[in-house]
Design a protein around this ligand. Structure first.
Ligand code: MLT
Ligand code: ZN
Length: 477
């Protein structure tokens, strides 16, 4: 079990004096947070399901400071948990509830290394369509910066105001435009990162085409803080699509939503997103955030799609929807209308969280089996816990469903088990975009198999022999 109650601790008295002095020398005393009130927001994840006690939170302001912190932690045998905007959903960016142990079985210190002060936003290379940014820059700050130059960033997601690019790289985040531009890994041209021993690797600014040796940026992406700490990233940008149209389509089931999404993907070159949610979800969002139901009659499931282009895509979207045998559809091209429709989808995360501590299971399913999975997973959850409330939403165009379950105790993994087992049985994956974190360590081998995980472990051992970087994540204790 990797989560549980936070025990009381009020200061950094647990840290050996020499280690504390080294951290203070690395970043300055004011950026070593020891007081429990100051540490609190760094210690619990967004869902409140995962939390642990940090002996210190350190806030380096430069890559050299990150390297100095890293060396101090390695020297002291402390665990380093890198954290960006703390919007992660699998417990990978907060301290472990049970501190990792050293070889003698004693608990190791845990240090949260916050990247929030790494906020350099360099000028956009307008000719190349590329930009270099610090790990602590939020997605929305990056978007604002690049949009002023006529470019855009290829990944977008609801947590844009808090999520940082470092965390998004470390978790290989996905979001709502993956069907058009791919995941974070596909946006990276170059990277600067600090390895476990304090070595700094740099592929900056990076070249769009670069086949010289192993793809280190690609390896660091999605490694969830276990191989390196991302400090800066050089990204490719995408063309800005200033004219937008959004449609909400009432559908019978998730399979129909997937089929409609596939038809729209084939026929509409301007399609940028295809999202799914259910009737229970829409009701919850409206009850929590207010607003009007989009249709007079409710529908079992909803498909939300967006098109973006240089010229107004409203007509082509409306025509493409007209030929679908759908129950009901509404199209919005004005900003307010588009925003209202998107809020129905993006409001899910907060509305679910407001009801309790959710079990968030982010699975990938072969797109052709989405309808079957959606029905089977609800039935399996009902059998495992008849009182549980289930909301299924996600990125249907990518085969990525977020199964959110409310009711079971945060430590009760019975519903996690049935949902993830079903995803594996159906040829899917236990994580599509949120990662493994500590939430799914038990499933990594079940999903990837012994051989793949053995290779991953040898990479981890080679790059971080002291298991300093995020111990407990991916592989477990
Ligand atoms: C989303 O698609 O809304 C995000 O992955 C967050 C969530 O799963 O709630
Ligand atoms: Zn998502």
């Amino acid at each position: 079990m990797h989560h549980g109650r936070v025990s009381q601790q009020t200061d950094g008295a647990a840290l050996p004096a020499t280690f504390l002095a080294a951290l203070r020398a690395a970043v300055g005393a004011s950026h070593v947070l020891l007081d429990s009130d100051l540490r609190a927001t760094y210690e619990t994840d967004w869902t409140r399901r995962f939390h642990g006690v940090a002996d210190a939170v350190v806030r380096p302001g430069t890559v050299d400071e990150v390297a100095a912190v890293q060396r101090a932690c390695r020297e002291a045998g402390a665990a380093v948990v890198a954290q960006g905007g703390n919007t992660g959903l699998v417990g990978g960016g907060v301290p472990r509830a049970t501190a990792p142990r050293d070889e003698r079985g004693s608990p190791r210190s845990q240090v949260v290394l916050s990247t929030l002060r790494l906020r350099d936003l360099e000028p956009v290379d307008e000719v190349a369509g590329e930009v270099t940014v610090g790990a602590g820059v939020t997605l929305s700050d990056l978007q604002h910066r690049v949009r002023r130059t006529g470019w855009d960033f290829g990944v977008d997601m609801g947590s844009r105001d808090s999520a940082t690019v470092g965390g998004m790289v470390a978790t290989n985040a996905g979001g709502v435009n993956v069907l058009r531009y791919g995941v974070m890994r596909q946006q990276i041209i170059g990277i600067e990162a600090v390895m476990a021993d304090g070595t700094v690797i740099r592929r900056l600014p990076g070249l769009l085409k670069d086949n010289t040796g192993y793809d280190l940026p690609g390896l660091v992406a999605g490694s969830e803080g276990t191989l390196a700490i991302v400090t800066r990233v050089h990204f490719r940008l995408v063309q800005q699509l200033p004219r937008r149209a959004v449609a909400l389509i009432g559908v019978d089931d998730a399979g129909q939503a997937a089929a409609f999404a596939a038809q729209l993907r084939r026929g509409l070159s301007s399609l940028t997103a295809a999202e799914l949610f259910d009737d229970g979800g829409i009701r919850l969002v409206l009850a929590y955030a207010g607003g009007e139901a989009p249709f007079r009659d409710a529908h079992p499931r909803y498909l939300l799609v967006e098109c973006g282009a240089a010229t107004d895509p409203t007509d082509e979207l409306a025509e493409a929807i007209d030929v679908l045998p759908s129950r009901d559809a509404v199209v919005a091209s004005d900003e307010g209308g588009r925003h209202r429709l998107w809020r129905l989808r993006e409001g899910h995360t907060e509305a679910v969280n407001a009801e309790g501590v959710p079990h968030k299971l982010d699975v990938a399913v072969p797109i052709g089996r989405i309808g079957e999975f959606d029905l089977a997973v609800r039935e399996a959850i009902r059998r495992a816990d008849p009182a549980a409330r289930t909301f299924v939403y996600g990125h249907v165009g990518d085969g990525n469903l977020h199964v959110n379950v409310l009711g079971p105790d945060p430590d009760d993994e019975a519903v996690d088990e049935v949902v993830l087992e079903l995803a594996i049985q159906m040829g899917g994956a236990v994580s599509a975009e949120h990662g493994i974190g500590v939430a799914k360590v038990g499933w990594l081998v079940r999903d990837r198999g012994e051989d793949d995980v053995a290779v991953m472990r040898s990479i981890k051992r080679a790059l971080d022999p002291g298991n300093v970087l995020n111990p407990g994540v991916l592989f477990g204790a």
